[in-house]
Design a protein around this ligand. Structure first.
Ligand code: PMP
Length: 436
């Protein structure tokens, strides 16, 4: 039996008449009987069209850091919407939001607002190329930087067993429709393999514009960088005059207030932010320090966007970041996340299921295998079938993780102690069901 109740099914049938496969983003399609239609969200909960309530650990793949429909964010957004949103001129709310952003992420000297993660990684890549006069970009296997052509290679959705030798990695194209010429401009490497990065730079460092990296693998089990990896990337970029881009779309305002830069103590030239900075509203930023970000100049390197810095988006960002600046939301998330990680490892340990809890409390994953993974290639050993069976059994009991283990559990500050306890009870029942 699928996840859809009768009303949800009715709405999904209706959705399919207008939206391709009934969705607006490919990752939301779970097949004919399991794709849900959501009526609303509040705090840590979402409700489907049949009135089933779920504790939400997907949170739109990360953005909803405070909880769905946070009242302060909603009020700021309503006020901004009524004041007019789009002027093709700088507006007061935008200046205030940029100042608040910099208070939270002090390494950033300048930024430009935009709307989505895809847009800002695209801008960062162009900026790096324009600044260095070079074309090649390095990315890591299992990382996702959005849907533009330049970064759709060796993403975590593909096969971890078809990536070639780590000495000569094969960039796996993640979609049809990407021009063949683009492939020549990307180099894909295993995450955490500093030697591979050094080898590549020794042979072609002079033509590499940038390394773009999710400082932890937010799209692949939340895998963490090994000691020395991020400082090594910083050193190599400095040595070869390449730009270091931290894609903080998932880690920004979640891993720490100042994102991965604060958490790991390594400072990139450019950072890309979206998701948690707007609690679910479409707001993003390409940010940086020094001459690289300042190279955005008319007639030199282009950046633009009709909706960039619109009143609603920046009002959402300011209200969200103001709340995060109190320190309370991330402290709450840390505590709830620790309890969940400990509880989950306890349940799996008691049943003798080989596992590793990866990531951090604010975004952690459950990896089901003996060997701890350090990169995307290692994830081939994960028991995806058992993981999905546990996830589906949880959803049927009102707790909603992503059933593809690549995507971490995301936590929001609205999660109560009772929600955490319920989650652990449900997890235990789901494991029992999936292994019976
Ligand atoms: N970068 C990272 C690290 C992401 O996780 C994502 C989305 N999951 C993106 C970029 C793209 O963001 P968007 O979906 O807003 O275009």
């Amino acid at each position: 039996m699928g996840l859809q109740g009768p009303k949800t099914k009715e709405w999904f049938d209706r959705a399919q008449k207008s939206l391709v496969l009934g969705v607006s983003s490919q990752f939301r399609y779970w097949g004919a009987e399991d794709t849900l239609v959501i009526e609303r969200g509040e705090g840590p909960y979402i409700w489907d069209m049949d009135g089933n309530r779920y504790i939400d650990y997907r949170l739109g793949f990360g953005p909803v850091i405070l909880g769905h429909g946070d009242p302060d964010v909603a009020a700021s957004v309503a006020e901004a919407a009524a004041a007019g949103t789009t002027f093709a001129l700088t507006q007061q709310r935008e200046v205030e939001a940029a100042e608040t952003f910099r208070k939270a992420v002090p390494w950033v000297e300048h930024l430009r607002f935009s709307n989505t993660g895809t847009e800002v990684t695209m801008h960062a890549v162009r900026l790096a190329r324009g600044y260095t006069g070079r074309e090649v970009v390095v990315k890591f296997e299992g990382q996702y930087h959005g849907v533009h052509d330049y970064v759709m290679f060796s993403t975590a959705g593909g096969s971890p067993t078809s990536l070639g030798s780590p000495y000569d990695p094969v960039p796996l194209q993640s979609s049809s429709g990407i021009p063949e010429a683009i492939r020549g401009l990307i180099r894909t490497l295993p995450f955490n393999d500093l030697e591979a990065v050094e080898r590549l730079f020794r042979s072609e460092g002079g033509s590499i514009a940038a390394i773009i990296v999710e400082p932890m693998l937010g799209n692949c089990f939340g895998l963490m960088p090994v000691d020395g990896f991020l400082p090594g990337l910083r050193r190599i970029c400095d040595e070869y005059g390449s730009v270091l881009i931290f894609d903080e779309v998932k880690t920004g305002f979640r891993l720490a207030l100042g994102g991965a830069q604060e958490y790991f103590g390594v400072t990139p030239d450019l950072g890309t932010f979206a998701k948690a900075m707007g609690n679910g509203f479409p707001v993003a930023a390409v940010a940086g320090r020094g001459p690289v970000i300042e190279a955005l100049q008319p007639g030199k390197i282009a950046q633009a966007g009709t909706y960039s810095g619109n009143g609603v988006a920046v009002a959402a960002a300011k209200a969200t970041i103001d709340h995060l600046l109190t320190g309370e939301p991330l402290a709450r998330i840390e505590k709830a996340g620790r309890t969940l990680m400990d509880g989950i490892t306890g349940v799996l340990g008691d049943r003798g299921i080989a596992h590793h809890i990866t990531g951090v409390p604010a975004m952690f994953s459950i990896f089901l295998a003996d060997e701890a993974p350090t990169d995307f290639r290692d994830t081939a050993g994960h028991d995806a079938e058992l993981y999905e069976a546990i996830g589906m059994a949880m959803i049927r009991r009102g707790v909603f993780p992503e059933v593809d283990g690549l995507e971490p559990y995301f936590l929001c500050a609205a999660l109560s102690d009772e929600d955490v306890t319920t989650t652990l009870t449900v997890f235990e029942e789901a494991v029992a069901e999936a292994t019976s």
